[in-house]
Design a binder for this molecule. Structure first.
Ligand code: ZN
Length: 304
């Protein structure tokens, strides 16, 4: 894999994407479910890590309110049954992030709310129909974006962000993090952090390693700490083309599960479109009786 940060080409990106398509991408079971304990270093008045900065921009949501949901006609337009509306976000957040120290690693959120969370990675497919779909349905998502995969059109993600969706860190070149040295890990995360902050006006709070690789290693944890994100987020289910791969043996969604999906189009989805994939994802969630909530509504950012 080309690790030269200066000479990547579209060919390389295409190769990465082809690889992703055949390896179920950010890797299904690459994660691990256990959450590392958060370090109890609160109170040490260390400065904010560099690489962050940036003030939150206008999110379209009202704090404390459940994400809005599209009306029945909107769901019918996409041949979908409406999801149950998500409950109001918890006032006491199940996940509380610290400003400094070890960052927690999690693949689900402890909650009794019958909700799951959708995360969408990489950013390769930039289908205008998907923007239309989310504008209609108002299903919350979190986007983990890879600089080299989105840099040909940062603007595509802005209307999705304007719906209240957050943009999070997913490296510059999508490497296997455990195979690169600490300094390179740091540049991968810090450069994505500064670019996304500049492009989208707000610093990512969360990081996802490509393939989930290295998530529980001290080296990667330390690299993340140096760049600004305050948690490492994995997943419990991975959306494929029409169905999900489940880590749980019973192949059922559980309250608080984080679902991984990708910005993918017909080339990666055997002819299916991004909106067809997403409609199938929503149908799988709807038939199991879950709502979709906004992941960031269940996470308390560090005190500023
Ligand atoms: Zn990825």
């Amino acid at each position: 894999m080309n690790r030269d940060g200066l000479s990547r080409t579209r060919t390389y990106a295409a190769g990465v994407l082809a690889l992703l398509a055949f390896t179920t991408a950010c890797g299904d079971n690459g994660g691990g479910g256990s959450a590392a304990p958060a370090a109890s270093t609160a109170g040490s008045a260390a400065p904010q890590p560099s690489g962050g900065g940036g003030t939150p921009t206008a999110a379209a949501t009202t704090p404390g309110a459940a994400p809005a949901q599209g009306d029945a006609a909107a769901w019918a337009k996409w041949n979908l049954k409406p999801l149950a509306p998500a409950p109001a976000p918890p006032a006491d957040k199940p996940i509380k992030l610290e400003r400094t120290g070890t960052v927690p690693v999690f693949s689900d959120v402890k909650t009794t709310d019958k909700v799951v969370f959708i995360t969408i990675d990489d950013g390769a497919e930039k289908d205008p129909k998907f923007v239309e779909m989310l504008t209609d349905l108002k299903v919350p998502i979190s986007m983990f974006l890879t600089k080299d995969i989105v840099k040909n059109d940062y603007g595509y993600f802005k209307p999705l962000q304007a719906l209240g969706n957050h943009i999070q860190n997913h490296t510059v070149t999508h490497p296997v993090m455990s195979k690169i040295p600490a300094e390179k890990q740091k540049s991968e995360i810090c450069e994505d952090q500064s670019t996304l902050t500049q492009q989208y006006g707000t610093a990512p709070l969360l990081f996802r390693p490509p393939f989930g690789d290295g998530a529980n290693t001290p080296t990667l944890n330390n690299s993340v700490q140096q760049c600004g994100p305050r948690a490492i987020v994995l997943w419990r289910e991975s959306m494929q083309i029409h169905d999900m791969q489940y880590q749980a043996g019973d192949k059922k969604l559980k309250s608080g599960d984080i679902i991984l999906a990708h910005f993918r189009g017909p080339k990666e989805l055997k002819g299916a479109t991004m909106t067809q994939m997403f409609a199938d994802l929503l149908a799988r969630i709807q038939e199991q009786g879950f709502s979709v909530a906004r992941l960031e509504d269940y996470i308390q950012a560090p005190p500023s």
